[in-house]
Design a protein around this ligand. Sequence first.
Ligand code: GLU
Length: 497
Amino acid sequence: MSNNVRVRFAPSPTGGLHIGGVRTALFGYLFAKQNKGSFILRVEDTDQTRFVEGAEEYIVETLNWCGIIPDESPQNGGEYGPYRQSERKADYRKYAEQLVESGNAYYAFDTPEELTAMREKYKTKENPSPQYDKNTRTKMKNSLTLSEAEVKDLLDQNTPHVIRIKVPANEQIQFTDIIRGDIENDSNLLDDKVLLKGDGMPTYHLAVVVDDYLMKVSHVFRGEEWLPSAPIHVLLWKYLGWEKDAPDWAHLPLILKPDGNGKLSKRDGARLGFPVFSLQWEDNKGFKELGFLPDAFINLLAVLGWNDGTEEEIFSMEDLLEKFDVKRINKAGAKFSYEKAVWYNAEWVKRASVDSLLPAIKKELAAAGIVADNKKIKIVLAMVQERISLLPEAVKEMDYFFRKPVQVDTETINKKWSEQHTAFYNELKTIWADTEWTKENLETSFKELISKHEMKMGAVMLPFRIMLVGGKFGPGVFDIASFLGKEEVLERVLVNS
Ligand code: GLU
């Protein structure tokens, strides 16, 4: 491994990028940046059947929104391009053929029907779906069983074929994972994976190894679901003669469903009613559309499977760049909790400056038909900021500052109403008509009047709040009143409610 740290994030453009994928990108990015290395986006689009239009753009937008900016990518280029595997096609056949020549791979000419027949023929109770491996390969139509002349003939006639790796028998395939330590795999359990497909495209296994080599990748961060593929990759690095350049692998723990039962899948969002995508994908709203801030999203991803060893839960990207430590990534899966995710967002909304929140909040308000100038929005936002968990909640929290509440909880007011209240509010309106409109003046005069009428604070304060706001919520009632202004407050205080 060279000491130049190069971490690649290699998603396949097969759909929306699930939060697990974004976390992989984040951890790789943090590691690269901590080591003054490069973070590379490589789009693995060799599987034409799974290619989804727009998925690459979506990945790029997601990374942008999160502030995970690749140093090299299809969009920004770099010294080791192209950064889309479909554009690197020329390289792969050469390496697959090199493997055939060195005896570590072979041509296989079996038709789909022959493969099905093989599975039928050799299936037993213990082995219900036999693989193409050291036991079956000797009975199939490949360059290990056919003569050299037959193989040449078939190739000359352009007979459809694939190239398969020849997995050795009885070997322990060993590598050291950054998170899991030493890992050994029994080669007898592996099948002869296809490396080059009938259409001349590489499979994931070949492409990933060739590209990691050619792009001088030093570290691979990927999900735990790729762990079973790792021994095949280890063999390929060895067979291609690149063993000493092999990257270090870090297989990240799974993100689990909230109940801990299995991996959180793309489908779980719709089923369980929370987002699993960063940005909207098809009909599924993403964290962004539901009103999450990128800072909060990064924070909640970072702590899915990692902590800094203290009780601290809030981490900005800057904090993470300083404190993130691959050695503290857990091996066990991390349960996703949407409630906790919302909590993180509330924390970040609280911490955000009103200026940074302004554009998004303005959009939410405008969508609800509330248009106001920036200065006013900022004053109100500062008052209600800590009451907002998700940005769309700003509408409910801010609406009554800009227009009369549509619904007023008169039931609560009426329940406690007495003649004393009528007298109190009548006098209050008279006094306030002549009061200089400052929060302090309002508060003082209000309290003096309560004493004069010998009433209880709560008995007068609550109806007052409901008249201004519509319900039992909101920040300090005199803050609200001073913002609304004299005319508006006197209009909202209805003595005969
Ligand atoms: N293209 C694979 C994916 O979609 C990448 C796996 C890897 O990082 O090796 O996740």
